[in-house]
Design a binder for this molecule. Structure first.
Ligand SMILES: CC(C)(COP(=O)(O)OP(=O)(O)OC[C@H]1O[C@@H](n2cnc3c(N)ncnc32)[C@H](O)[C@@H]1OP(=O)(O)O)[C@@H](O)C(=O)NCCC(=O)NCCS
Length: 157
């Protein structure tokens, strides 16, 4: 578990495209932009996991501006684990690594949002201490698979 570096861009982009679709080249530009902002502004953080020396997944944290009903603050976004590496604690470890990074910066709460249909993600959030804030059209401008989102929040020590 470690912070992502430019050498991780191909792995992250390939996994992103496998889940979201689109083109690897475009995804690589997005990941590179994230890593540049991570280094220059520190308004986001990307970490990667390896299992037995092989890339196993990534997770992001990002400072989002406020929007109606959702205060400005840090969000966990986009944890994705390689299908062959799932149910081995990788996402939990990526989540705890992001908690640790945020705590080291004095952040005291973190939010997240997921589709209500994503049972694995919801279970992961509950397993890592998140509590539901509300369901529905929870984040302006964000649409969810199935139409219903879940906004979650967790206090950090
Ligand atoms: C959701 C996802 C990130 C979980 O990754 P993972 O590495 O398999 O998760 P972990 O092994 O760390 O699981 C931690 C806990 O989360 C819960 N969990 C994870 N996957 C689950 C599943 N498929 N069904 C039910 N609970 C699940 C469990 O409580 C689990 O603890 P346990 O294994 O002790 O029961 C993975 O399935 C994935 O990449 N899915 C596609 C992308 C996605 O939906 N990302 C989240 C929204 S952006």
């Amino acid at each position: 578990m470690r912070a992502a570096t430019p050498a991780d861009v191909p792995d992250i982009a390939a996994l992103y495209v496998a889940r979201e679709g689109g083109e690897v080249g475009e995804a690589s530009l997005g990941v590179t932009s994230d890593l540049n902002r991570m280094a220059a502004v520190a308004d986001r953080w990307v970490c990667v996991a390896h299992v037995d020396g092989r890339f196993a997944g990534y997770g992001r944290a990002k400072l989002r501006p406020g929007s109606p009903g959702v205060p400005e603050g840090w969000f966990l976004l986009g944890v994705v684990v390689e299908p062959g590496a799932r149910r081995r604690g990788v996402a939990r470890a990526l989540t705890e690594a992001r908690f640790a990074w945020l705590v080291a910066r004095g952040v005291t709460e973190v939010r997240s949002f997921v589709s209500a249909q994503n049972r694995a993600s919801l279970a992961l959030h509950h397993a890592t201490g998140f509590e539901e804030v509300r369901r529905g059209d929870v984040v302006p401008g964000v649409t969810f698979t199935g139409g219903v989102g879940v906004l979650l929040r967790r206090s950090l020590p």
